[in-house]
Structures are given as C-alpha cells and as structure tokens.
Design a binder for this molecule. Structure first.
Ligand SMILES: C[S@@+](CC[C@H](N)C(=O)[O-])C[C@H]1O[C@@H](n2cnc3c(N)ncnc32)[C@H](O)[C@@H]1O
Length: 272
C-alpha cells in the first residue's frame, strides 16, 4: 500500500486530539513524526488518508482506538536511574523518615515503561530494607507502557546507569532466548503498583506522598497546562514533601507555593 501524505489540516486535527486528550503540545516540526507513528493505524483501519482515520477515531466506532492513538502519540523514552542525583536524594529523604519512625510513599507520575518506578523501589528496598513500610505507585496515561511496566522485563542496555550491586540484587539476567534482557525480581514487582492516571484531568484520590517524581513530561505541556498539572500534583504531596522534575524542566512562574530546594527539586511548605 502507498503511504498517504499527511496534509497540514490533517496534522492540525491530530494536534488538537492529543492536546485535548493529554495536554500535549506538538509543534509543526513534528508533522513527519506524527505521520510515521500513525501510519500503521491508517493502514490497519483500511482507510486512505489521515483525515479519514481521524474521522473514524472521532466517531467512537472503534473501541480502544482513542487509547491506541494516545499510546502512539506519547513519547516514552526512559531508562533506569535516569538523573542519578535524584536517587541519592531519595535515599537520604527515606532514611530521614525511617529515623523518625514514619512510613514512606513515592509516586512516579509519568512513569512510562516503569524503569523509574523500579529504580525508586530498588533505592527504597536497599535503604529501608524489607520491614520498614514503604510504597511506590507508578502511573502514566499510556496503557501500552503500563503493560510493559507490570512485566518488568527490559533490554539490558536500559540498565547502564544502574549501580552494579542493585543490578545484582534485584534483577535476573536473561539467558538463552532471553539473552540481553533483564527481569526485575518478583519481590520488587510485587511491591510496586501501577495505575493509569491522566495528569491533564482531575486526579483520582492518591497519596499523600513524601516524594513525587514528575520528570520529563512537562516538556510536552504548554505553560497553562503545566501550571494546572503542578497544582494537581502538589495537592497530593504531604506538607514538607518533595517534587522532583527533569533537569531540563523549570517551574518558573508556575510553581505556586512550592519552594525551590536545589535545581529540579521543590518542597511543599509545612513539616513532614
Ligand atoms: C519521556 S517519558 C518520561 C518517563 C520518566 N518519567 C523519565 O523521566 O524517564 C514521558 C511520559 O509521560 C507520559 N504522559 C504524557 N502526557 C501525560 C499525561 N497527560 N498524563 C500522564 N502521563 C502522561 C507519556 O505517556 C510518557 O510515558
């Protein structure tokens, strides 16, 4: 089949679709990327243009197609122990809570395929041990990445930044057909939870959390969407709790009463 070309007006329809669904702003420079990501759905649905696919998508005639398109239009790049200093801070904060006899709850709010969640869980298991109460919730808008997250099975190269002792303790190395992969240990998989949460809408009841990881997702949002998302996420933090954002992101003008601690780390006022 000859792949149809996406026109400017068709592209704008998908820009509107993903903005309404997820709050994601896609620049015109990404037109070819959008066409590439949706090409297989156009083909699968047996239509001849992106416009026809958009009409089908909007008609609601195909159950699950909206989620499929959201899954394809989100960018899910991630890896274990991304931005390592956040995990050092997490360990110190968890130790501090343990010393005060407090339980410890963490939320990875745009967790993609789960590497961030398991990096948090490994850090807490290593720091607090098995007996101290701690929980980790991972959420994302994409159900496709959440399925991968629940499996906990990854290409080994995603663990390049993982401290070797944690790799050794919490991961099984694939052999035979699974060579070049790793499986997160069952005890750790059983200790974390995953849920679909869209940060662009009112949140379900979650938390409260000691630490929220909201990393490398706001880059896709407009300033107004960022402000709304930050407000919702901050309301799930305990007083004194920490919000961690990606190192290339900023809360300039949108952080509300969150107080900067060090670059990319913010504290909700109040005592833990
Ligand atoms: C680049 S990944 C970041 C993963 C991880 N936090 C990290 O820093 O490595 C961005 C994730 O944000 C998710 N996302 C985008 N819009 C979202 C929304 N409105 N609600 C929840 N998750 C969203 C995407 O599905 C994607 O998995």
């Amino acid at each position: 089949m000859i792949r149809p070309v996406i026109t400017d007006s068709e592209f704008r329809q998908f820009q509107g679709f993903i903005f309404d669904a997820a709050g994601i702003t896609i620049s015109p420079a990404k037109k070819a990327l959008v066409a590439g990501r949706l090409a297989r759905r156009v083909q699968h649905c047996g239509v001849n243009s992106y416009g026809e696919y958009f009409r089908l998508l909007s008609s609601g005639a195909l159950p699950g197609e909206t989620q499929m398109a959201v899954d394809l239009l989100t960018t899910n790049e991630t890896y274990f122990f991304r931005e390592a200093r956040h995990f050092e801070l997490l360990a110190r904060t968890a130790r501090d809570a343990q010393a005060r006899g407090k339980d410890f709850a963490v939320w990875s709010a745009a967790c993609s395929s789960g590497e961030e969640v398991y990096s948090i869980a490994m850090t807490l298991a290593d720091t607090l041990g098995e007996r101290h109460p701690w929980t980790v919730l991972g959420s994302d808008i994409s159900t496709r990445v959440l399925e991968q997250a629940r499996r906990g099975h990854y290409p080994a190269e995603r663990a390049r930044q993982m401290p070797p002792q944690l790799l050794h303790r919490y991961c099984l190395k694939g052999i035979g057909k699974q060579d070049g992969t790793l499986l997160v240990a069952r005890e750790l998989r059983a200790r974390v939870q995953f849920a679909q949460v869209n940060l662009n809408t009112a949140l379900p009841r979650l938390g409260p959390f000691d630490v929220v990881f909201l990393r490398n997702v706001m880059i896709y949002f407009s300033k107004e969407t960022k402000r709304e998302v930050i407000g919702r996420v901050a309301s799930m933090l305990k007083p004194g709790g920490l919000l961690l954002i990606g190192h290339s992101e900023s809360l300039h003008d949108i952080g509300g009463d969150l107080q900067p601690v060090v670059p990319s780390v913010f504290r909700k006022p109040g005592k833990t």
